[in-house]
Design a protein around this ligand. Structure first.
Ligand code: UD1
Ligand code: MG
Length: 478
């Protein structure tokens, strides 16, 4: 049920210079979802009455992504005044003026922070009845972070930023994770009083904590259970570390749900994927986007499925497929390339070195070897010979090929689209099918073969070929 006394403010206005990317930092993805999408999903799990996202840097791209990820989020623009304190102040401006509940503040670049940790923080905050609660963490290397300064008795005193810290304060291992719960009136009264007289000339949110303390309000710091939970993403090394950690959790979840994962370290599963019991994932498999794999299918090794559906008991070996549907019991690969719009029916086959695109291959039909099948419809129980090419593009437009059921095409055929092959028809090896083939017909276009006897001796006398031919003739005569 929605917590009417809760609002979440997501800080997402900062720059991500260390990523060195044309893409805004928080739109880089982990497990198929932008960094900020993980934060928004966690915020939504708390079911607050309001979610506000503060944006500025790369505003349009970031705002567009947020609207897509969480339409109910309220997007608000930070002005020219820099700093986390200003960001929260602007965020509060987007809340109803009579909102008097608790405000959770999170950073848009901390994707692994989970709703369980946040609701634990909220519970601790509400139990302590303080003005603010800080989520802290103990890091081996605290550099870059604000440090939690505690009194001799161990109670929370204040937060000092790295750039403003003394040598003694820099040795503190407990850091401010940048995640907090505030009573809204504490922020409303103290934020206007925060200045920017610090080394960065910014309005620090952390100064609110100091002000609250001097006015005698209760502030507590609660350490997180494991420090990686609050790890921010600033560069691509941290992005890869977080992605690996998240993937390990996702893989483990599917293992516990009955999926055999032979090598968790080389198996990558996006959050949107769904995998049935007794599916086997072999090393080097990527299950991307909203891919669905039904019970008992075997995927891999070295296979990538992006937004695919794979039916029960199908096998996909060493292949790459995007937006493809693979029927139950069907077989794909090794070395197949299934492009968008491929539909392979039950027990069908797309074999080795076969590329397909926008094509429906009916139940029990097979394209086993060395082929390109595009813009094509194939009926049921048809066998396409090795080396078939659908010539679907005539330099101006794409055209369809329609092949019926129980058709057997010979090796090395070209189907020059648009063209139709009727049910039960056959084609000879090497046929270039330019005209429709009626049901039950045999189509052949190859010219009769001519053997020009003695051509090699007449034109290539003395070569190895000529000697081999001569030797073979003398044995033939013997
Ligand atoms: C902040 C904390 C520091 C803490 C660290 C944890 C302050 C003053 N310091 O430092 O104590 O250890 O986070 O990672 O808050 N942002 C805005 N608008 C701004 C500036 C930042 O929205 O004007 C956003 C950023 O996009 C980011 C978050 O606020 O999501 C934190 O900002 P960042 O610049 O990374 O703060 P730090 O200096 O790392
Ligand atoms: Mg930071």
């Amino acid at each position: 049920m929605t917590d009417q006394n809760l609002a979440v403010i997501v800080l997402a206005a900062g720059q991500g210079t260390r990523m060195k990317s044309a893409r805004p930092k928080i739109l880089h993805t982990l497990a198929g979802i932008p960094i900020v999408g993980h934060v928004l999903a966690t915020a939504r799990e708390l079911d607050p009455a309001h979610i506000v996202v503060v944006v500025r840097h790369e505003r349009d791209a970031v705002a567009a992504a947020i609207i897509e990820l969480l339409p109910e989020a309220v997007i608000v623009d930070q002005d020219d005044i820099p700093g986390t304190g200003r960001a929260v102040e602007v965020g509060i401006g987007a809340l109803p003026s009579n909102f008097a509940g608790d405000i959770v503040v999170v950073s848009g670049d901390v994707p692994l922070l989970d709703a369980g940790t946040l609701s634990g923080l909220l519970d601790a905050h509400r139990a302590a009845e303080g003005a603010a609660t800080v989520l802290s963490a103990v890091f081996d290397d605290a550099s870059g972070y604000g440090r939690i300064v505690r009194s001799a008795e161990g109670s929370f005193d204040r937060i000092v930023e790295q750039k403003d810290a003394t040598a003694a304060e820099l040795r503190i291992a407990e850091i401010n994770s940048g995640t907090y719960v505030f009573r809204s009136e504490a922020l409303r009264t103290q934020l206007p009083a925060v200045g920017s007289h610090n080394s960065q000339g910014e309005k620090y949110l952390t100064d609110v904590i100091g002000l609250l303390r001097t006015t005698g309000s209760e502030v507590i710091a609660v350490p997180v259970s494991e420090s990686w939970i609050v790890g921010g993403i600033n560069d691509r090394v941290q992005l890869a570390d977080a992605a690996r950690r998240l993937n390990a959790m996702i893989v483990r979840g599917w293992q516990l749900a009955g999926v055999t994962v032979h090598d968790p370290d080389t198996t990558w599963i996006d959050l949107a994927a769904t995998i049935g019991e007794d599916v086997e994932l072999l090393p080097g498999t990527m299950v991307l986007g909203p891919t669905v794999i039904e019970r008992g299918a075997i995927i891999g090794p070295d296979t990538s499925l992006d937004a695919c559906e794979v039916g029960a008991g199908a096998t996909v070996r060493r292949s790459d497929a995007t937006l493809a549907v693979i029927g139950a019991g069907a077989s794909v690969g090794p070395f197949a390339y299934l492009r968008p719009g491929t539909y392979l029916g039950e027990n069908g086959k797309i074999g080795t070195f076969v590329e397909t695109k926008n094509s429906k291959i009916g139940a029990g039909s097979k394209v086993p070897h060395l082929s390109y099948i595009g813009d094509t419809t194939i009926g049921e129980h048809t066998n396409i010979g090795a080396g078939a090419i659908t010539a679907n593009y005539d330099d101006l437009a794409k055209h369809p090929t329609t092949i019926g059921s129980h058709v057997h095409s010979g090796s090395h055929n070209v189907f020059v689209a648009p063209v139709r092959i009727g049910d039960g028809a056959k084609t000879g090896a090497g046929t270039v099918v330019r005209k429709d083939v009626p049901a039950g017909a045999l189509a052949i276009t190859v010219a009769p073969q001519r053997n020009m006897t003695g051509w090699v001796e007449a034109n290539r006398s003395g070569t190895e070929s000529a000697k081999a031919a001569a030797a073979s003739e003398s044995t033939d005569e013997a």
